[in-house]
Write a protein that binds this ligand. Sequence first.
Ligand SMILES: CC(C)(COP(=O)(O)OP(=O)(O)OC[C@H]1O[C@@H](n2cnc3c(N)ncnc32)[C@H](O)[C@@H]1OP(=O)(O)O)[C@@H](O)C(=O)NCCC(=O)NCCS
Length: 141
Amino acid sequence: MSAKIVRLRSGQEAEVVRAAHLFDEPPDPTAIRDYLDDDRNVFYLAFEVGRPVGFLRGSGLGQLKSTRRQMFLYEIAVDPPHRRQGVARLLIEALLQYCRARGFEEVFVFTDPSNDPAVGLYRTTGAVTETPADRMFVYRL
Ligand SMILES: CC(C)(COP(=O)(O)OP(=O)(O)OC[C@H]1O[C@@H](n2cnc3c(N)ncnc32)[C@H](O)[C@@H]1OP(=O)(O)O)[C@@H](O)C(=O)NCCC(=O)NCCS
């Protein structure tokens, strides 16, 4: 079964609280509300049979060289029992679709090059690096 991906909007902070098990540190309801209120931020949750099993968040950034924006993919994680089932791939695809539809120039994400799952995920979903050991992965849209 494939996960359902939902973009959370302003006022949906209770959904993030319900997904607290996915975060390293417990999210603060006021901070979540401010985050979701800012429409430069994107927050996707992945659900399996109604339960949150993964999330992705990022922020759109302005540039000086172009009016097109960049998306900084800040964080992505999937609950361990639900890994290797294509959940993160769906989250990335949702973000890329969002950014393409809005004319973003690129999406970028930093990771430790020794994080094999993250490197594998970014490469198989189309991100490139300038050098094999680079920490920055870029999706050119
Ligand atoms: C990275 C992470 C989000 C991947 O989530 P996932 O839902 O398991 O990934 P998917 O099932 O969508 O995998 C997509 C592709 O990524 C690659 N991949 C995923 N896990 C992998 C692993 N353990 N080893 C190597 N490649 C891996 C594969 O190419 C995979 O495609 P395939 O299964 O068809 O071979 C997950 O491992 C995770 O939450 N890790 C901890 C948090 C983290 O490190 N986040 C990234 C830095 S912020």
